[in-house]
Design a protein around this ligand. Structure first.
Ligand code: NAD
Ligand code: UDP
Length: 326
């Protein structure tokens, strides 16, 4: 059988999706990018549009679609808190109906399908670092629930389609990932801090900045996703993908200020409800099963991301929601 595959990437014009599409196009696969551009725009994939093995479909995953493919990477979903809380009911629909539609397609055409799940399934964790066996501490009625519970339900659907319909699944739980092509107005901590530092504006720290996150550079993450998809059918996950290097948000702010040479000062604002106090992936399973671990240190990845944002023409970006930074 030919090694070349027909690959569908939902959310393929987004931050992670565009890097994944790029990788698949370079490998020579026939790539379909499906996106409704809710939190992205064509500029992420302009360079791919001229390639003969790349195709773009503007479509919403909550609606059925019929395609013939060998592999599906299901990434479509608003991912940053300001984006997913903008229209929370739609966020739950994207996670749940989107998963049902894509799993139905996978079942019909016999495709392998990977779900981009998230560290948010662990909620505000009381186990640290978080192994895959930890079942989480999620508030089902809070402002983050549309995303957390939506993604948890999507995992449930993946495993039930696997058990009941023999669908060949993979589930990865992605921890905070950053890099070029993040949306400048997604409100995530890395993009906010870099934009604020470059503009010489105050850096908005929510809470006292002692909460932690572990930041993974996009190239490492995409490598992990690809290994999981290519790995043996006996290992379906869920598997954590993230960089175990853990930093407080205040440390991140200070690093960004230093690396940009900015005169920005720290500005403390209230901590949003249910904001996790600590987060660090236990990647023992990924190391063991996929021989994968991140190779890009935070400083090195931040440098590339800062360079990207420095070169960005912000007038070309619309703000997808009203609650992003000014
Ligand atoms: P992103 O917002 O850049 O990408 C999401 C893409 O999905 C966008 O292009 C958006 O337009 C598209 N989309 C949204 N709703 C859609 C719909 N109804 N139909 C079709 N397309 C739709 O975010 P990202 O960081 O690239 O995240 C990609 C995936 O990875 C998401 O599923 C997210 O939950 C998951 N993830 C990301 C991170 C991270 O740190 N980046 C962490 C955990 C999980
Ligand atoms: N955060 C912050 N200032 C910002 C944006 C985010 O202090 O301008 C904090 C946020 O409260 C959280 C952390 O940074 O504690 C990571 O936020 P992000 O939205 O990037 O992702 P999360 O991991 O919370 O989904």
């Amino acid at each position: 059988m030919s090694q070349l595959k027909r690959v569908l990437v939902t959310g393929g014009a987004g931050f992670l999706g565009s890097h994944l599409c790029e990788r698949m196009v370079k490998l020579g696969h026939d790539v379909i990018c499906l996106d409704n551009f809710f939190t992205s725009q064509k500029s992420n994939i302009w360079h791919l549009l001229e390639k003969p093995n790349f195709e773009l479909i503007r479509h919403d995953v909550t609606l059925p679609v019929y395609l013939e493919v060998d592999e599906i990477f299901n990434l479509a979903c608003p991912a940053s808190p300001v984006h997913y809380q903008h229209d929370p009911i739609q966020t739950t629909k994207v996670s749940v109906s989107g998963a049902i539609n894509m799993l139905g397609m996978a079942r019909r055409v016999g495709a392998k399908i990977l779900q981009a799940s998230t560290s948010e399934v662990y909620g505000d964790p009381d186990v640290h670092p978080q192994p895959e066996s930890y079942r989480g501490n999620v508030n089902p009625i809070g402002p983050r629930a549309c995303y957390d519970e939506g993604k948890r339900c999507a995992e449930t659907l993946f495993f039930d389609y696997h058990r009941h319909h023999n669908v060949n699944i993979r589930v990865v739980r992605i921890f905070n990932t950053y890099g070029p092509r993040m949306h400048p107005y997604d409100g995530r901590v890395v993009s906010n801090f870099i934009l604020q530092a470059l503009a010489g504006e105050n850096i908005t720290i929510y809470g006292d900045g002692s909460q932690t996150r572990s930041f993974c550079y996009v190239d490492d993450l995409v490598e992990g996703i690809a290994r999981m998809m290519e790995g043996p059918d006996t290992f379906v996950g869920p598997v954590n993908l993230g960089n175990p290097g853990e930093f407080t948000i205040k440390q991140l702010a200070e690093m960004v200020i230093e690396m940009t040479g900015s005169k920005s000062k720290l500005d403390f604002a209230p901590l949003p409800a249910d904001d996790p106090t600590q987060r660090q992936p236990d990647i023992t399973l990924a190391k063991d099963k996929l021989d994968w671990q991140p190779t890009v240190e935070l400083r090195e990845g931040l440098k590339k991301t800062i360079d990207y944002f420095r070169g960005l023409d912000l007038s070309q970006y619309r703000k997808p929601t009203t609650n992003t930074i000014k």
